[in-house]
Design a protein. Structure first.
Lengths: 304, 259
């Protein structure tokens, strides 16, 4: 495996504000990597340094073997950048815009393929002005693909999308991943990271605080399963083995279980025997979102 | 594709975008012609002694509004268009592609200069058809062409330079119009200035008056000689160079950072 992006000790300050405080990242070719973090955590700064838009204060950065700060034309010819909500030439058609951008690259991807990947076939001769927000966003991605990039940066690709549009965008990204492209994704949505990424990193206050596959981030796979339910009024007391923290007044109970099978067996056996209904019974593993919120605790509010 | 081929190709796209934008295409062309008709109706028959005993203000408006055409097509159009492209993020996106930055600017300016040239031809033809104002001949035609060319270059450069003083799209019309309209009134463009005074002294610091003067001189039947007015060209050129230096130092490709 070759390394597409290699970052060591990256730092960047704006005046007294240290936005990025020593970030290390390594992304291999063909990976779909998601960088997660609240607003103001250093996410955009990190990405824009990798894309060549901003200069770093310290650290080593290599993108496809180039130092992005030099903004080499050869590097720009091999990457695709999809920025957050950027304007597109309003009065050109979908096909014209993509064709215009294709001309900038040494090895562009065929026009029809690009339009196909983002699912804009029926809009190809429509002026950009007339597209919906979701269609414009897919056109953003199409432009990012114009040069048939080895490495694609996708900055919050589905913010503001309705659920159907998100699904279509996800399909487009999976499609690209299946072609072996390296994808560097930033997102606010945990389900998006879960769905698309092989590996995620969480950035908080300018540092990477956790990194790994979405299924096991920050020990997620080993953490306890939670069993939740509500006891009716006047229910008999739970058996001793299931008693946990003091039960709140409304009868809601939450049991953290290292072995959920055993706990559920005991619980349901007890409920059947006593004729107790367990309302709203659910069994859940901590979601990626739970893990994320724990990792970035308090910072999300601080950034508001 | 070579950079030259890329530049030519970009001109085509920018040109297409310009003509498909009904608002900008309409206003760029309608304003100079509208002013031509209105000013001629109001002031046209007054005497204009600079052009001799038979000179009328009608003779003045054809060259004067050629100057206005250059200013509106180059200065106003470039300043507004570039600010819009910058604030929308179009320039930022382009900077992330292998396209050399100068290619886009070149294409944008070329389209404005082509529009300016077309407008000048329309105004000239209009003046000749309706107000019997004849195009200068010989050396003076060359003088006219040089004045127009220097004017287009200067006001394109100033249009680019002014973008760095415009914080956002909403401020663009205010900044662009507030800087140019007072000058259009005091610089022999909208109103023929026949008496010297404090305002003409102020006007002579700025390039608008020198553009209109250089064009009017070429049209003036009383003035013989080469048709070149070196002083006007030099002052315009100085503004153009200053604007270019300012652009190189201060031009922004991205909207101001939000956070």
């Amino acid at each position: 495996m070759t390394v597409a992006i290699d970052v060591k000790g990256l730092r960047k300050s704006y005046g007294a504000l240290e936005a990025v405080r020593g970030v290390d990242l390594q992304i291999e070719s063909g990976e779909v990597f998601a960088l997660l973090g609240p607003n103001g955590a250093g996410k955009t700064t990190t990405v824009e340094i990798l894309e060549g838009y901003r200069r770093r204060d310290a650290g080593e950065v290599s993108v496809l073997g180039f130092d992005p700060a030099r903004r080499a034309r050869a590097m720009k010819g091999r990457i695709g950048i999809v920025l957050q909500s950027t304007g597109i030439e309003q009065f050109l058609t979908v096909a014209e815009v993509i064709e215009m951008y294709r001309g900038y690259y040494p090895n562009p991807r065929p026009l029809d393929e690009i339009i196909d990947v983002v699912g804009l076939n029926d809009k190809r001769d429509e002026r950009v002005k007339k597209l919906s927000g979701g269609q414009q966003r897919r056109l953003d991605v199409a432009i990012g693909l114009a040069g048939d990039p080895e490495l694609l940066f996708l900055d919050e690709p589905t913010t503001g999308f309705d659920p159907a549009a998100r699904r279509r965008m996800w399909d487009a990204v999976k499609n690209l991943a299946s072609l072996g492209k390296t994808i560097f994704l930033t997102t606010h949505y945990m389900d998006e990271a879960q769905e698309l990424a092989n590996r995620v990193a969480v950035i908080s206050a300018g540092r990477i605080v956790a990194e790994g596959p979405p299924s096991s981030l920050a020990g997620r796979e080993t953490s306890h399963t939670v069993v939740r339910f509500k006891l009716p009024e006047r229910a008999p007391a739970l058996p001793r083995t299931l008693r946990t923290e003091p039960t709140p007044g409304d009868g809601r109970v939450q049991i953290e279980a290292a072995d959920p099978v055993k706990v559920l067996y005991e619980l349901t056996g007890w409920a059947l025997e006593k004729g107790v209904t367990l309302e709203e019974l659910e069994v859940a593993r901590p979601t990626l979102e739970d893990v994320y919120l724990k990792l970035t605790d308090g910072e999300a509010e601080a950034a508001e | 594709m070579s950079d030259v081929a890329l530049a030519i190709r970009q001109v085509k796209y920018e040109n297409r975008s310009f003509w498909r934008n009904p608002a900008s295409a309409f206003f760029t062309f309608v304003f100079p012609i509208m002013f031509m008709v209105i000013f001629n109706l109001i002031f046209g028959s007054s005497k204009y002694s600079s052009f001799g005993p038979n000179g009328t203000v009608s003779d003045f408006y054809t060259p004067a509004l050629m100057a206005f055409s250059i200013i509106t097509a180059c200065y106003t159009n470039i300043a507004m268009g570039v600010v819009f492209a910058r604030e929308e993020g179009i320039l930022k996106r382009l900077r992330g592609t292998p396209l050399p930055s100068w290619v886009w600017l070149f294409a944008r300016i070329t389209v404005s200069v082509m529009v300016a040239a077309l407008l000048v031809v329309i105004i000239g033809a209009f003046g000749r058809a309706f107000y019997h104002v004849h195009l200068p001949a010989g050396h003076k035609l060359l003088g006219l062409a040089v004045a127009l060319a220097v004017g287009a270059a200067t006001f394109s450069a100033i249009g680019l330079a002014v973008t760095s003083f415009v914080p956002n799209v909403d401020a663009a019309p205010a900044v662009v119009n507030a800087t140019i309209f007072p000058l259009l009134f005091i610089s022999d463009v909208f109103i023929p200035i026949q008496h010297q005074g404090a305002l003409t002294t102020i006007a002579s610091i700025f390039p608008v008056k020198h553009l209109s003067h250089a064009i009017i001189v070429a049209y003036n039947p009383l003035i013989r000689g080469s048709g070149f007015h070196w002083q006007d060209l030099a002052i315009m050129g100085a503004w153009g160079v200053a604007a270019l230096i300012l652009t190189l130092r201060r031009f922004r490709w991205e909207p101001r950072a939000q956070s």
